[in-house]
Design a protein around this ligand. Structure first.
Ligand code: PLP
Length: 376
């Protein structure tokens, strides 16, 4: 049995005729950049997310960078983000000569710790970038409250949680990525809504912000061609990727349900292993399980990883090194800087295969090897 961290081949096989036809239409049209297919995807995603504007772009990292560019920040301005995230979140902040202020996360849902946002706000703080890590949302209601009080921008890094619902305390809900000033996402192949190359998008309900983002994505050009009002970048989603995304968007809720089902099955199987903490489900959002991430609390995470590697069971450590310990990002804090939860998670987490093509038969093989490690 061939096991995968993410089974893109199996997923493609199920929708092959639709995907192939959709790509073929683009080839026949020879409209490879922009045009009706990209426009249709933009509109389909707007409808799905119930958001006023979607701005497609080249990848998730660009989307974060452009969101920051649209906020007219000055070099040295501070941006608060969780230290337990993918490097892209911090990278774009540093690239724009802003200061990444990395803070700790919750030990249960691994998302940015709201209490620490307040204590890290200074006169230079201009924005907060919460990351909806592994498929469920950060506490946006509290984050938006703090942001309003301190006049800060909020950008949701929604690369891992597209499709999840944010549940407000008053009983209403909306899609992740549409709560703050700007939401950003990635369509990297292994993401929950992935294309067959690179892709990304921004979401906003703010007309003015949407205009700015569109300009930035297109060389700073406004409505008149060859007139450039701001310094922009070149970041666009191509039509072949949009054609694929148009098909896959229809299945996104179904894909999330399959991931959730697989996660429930793992949870059940691991419930008797006292050295494992299965993924926590927070109350403010639905979990779309971009990753199924366990905590190994008996100090044997690396030994478990070695065992799984040896048995051919795919697994991964997201993320092994806190951002502030990375060579490129050390300079933003002093050498004794430590975030206890981030450190602990870096030592304890391990992610198992989670995707749309899992079934009990496949999962039993994975579960069997995990159990045999702890029971031997
Ligand atoms: C994948 C990812 C990104 C970057 O997306 P790319 O499309 O690879 O540039 C940014 N943030 C997070 C949290 C991600 O998981």
């Amino acid at each position: 049995m061939k096991l995968h961290m993410v089974d893109l081949g199996g997923q493609y096989a199920r929708i092959k005729s639709e995907i192939d036809e959709s790509i073929q239409e683009v080839l026949n049209s020879t409209v490879f950049i922009g045009g009706p297919v990209v426009n249709a995807f933009k509109e389909n995603l707007q409808t799905y997310l119930n958001v006023k504007h979607v701005i497609p772009c080249a990848n998730g990292t660009d989307s974060l960078q452009m969101a920051l560019m649209a906020m007219d920040l000055q070099p040295g301005d501070e941006v608060i983000l969780p230290a337990f995230t993918y490097v892209a979140t911090a990278e774009v902040i540093a690239l724009l000569k802003l200061k990444p202020v990395m803070i700790d996360v919750n030990p249960d849902d691994f998302n940015i710790r709201v209490e620490d946002i307040k204590s890290n706000i200074s006169s230079k703080t201009k924005a907060i970038v919460p990351v909806h890590l592994f498929g469920q949302c950060a506490n946006m209601e509290e984050i938006m409250k703090i942001a309003k009080e301190h006049h800060l921008y909020v950008i949701e890094d929604n690369a891992q949680a597209i499709g999840s619902d944010y549940l407000f305390s008053n009983g209403t809900s909306c899609k992740s990525g549409t709560i703050s000033h700007v939401g950003s996402t990635s369509f990297f192949p292994s993401k929950n809504l992935g294309c067959y190359g690179d892709g990304g998008a921004l979401f906003t309900n703010d007309d003015e912000m949407a205009n700015k983002l569109r300009m930035i994505a297109n060389h700073g050009q406004g409505s008149v061609r060859y007139y450039h009002d701001v310094v922009g970048v070149n970041s666009r989603l191509d039509a072949i990727q949009a054609a694929i995304l148009n098909v896959k968007l229809k299945y996104l809720d179904d894909y999330a349900a399959k991931r959730r089902q697989a996660a429930d099955y793992y949870d059940q199987a691991f419930s008797t292993l006292s050295s494992l903490i299965t993924p926590f489900r927070n109350k403010q959002s639905t979990h779309v399980f971009h990753q199924y991430t366990l905590r190994v609390t008996d100090g044997r995470r690396d030994a478990l990883k070695a065992h799984l590697d040896q048995k051919g069971i795919p697994n991964a450590i997201y993320y092994p090194v806190p951002l502030y310990k990375q060579k490129a990002y050390k300079k933003y804090s002093d050498e004794h800087f430590i975030l206890p939860v981030t450190e602990q998670l870096s030592d304890e987490v391990i992610s198992l295969p989670i995707h749309t093509e899992l079934n009990p038969e496949i999962q039993d093989v994975i579960i069997g090897e995990v159990r045999s490690f702890f029971n031997s």
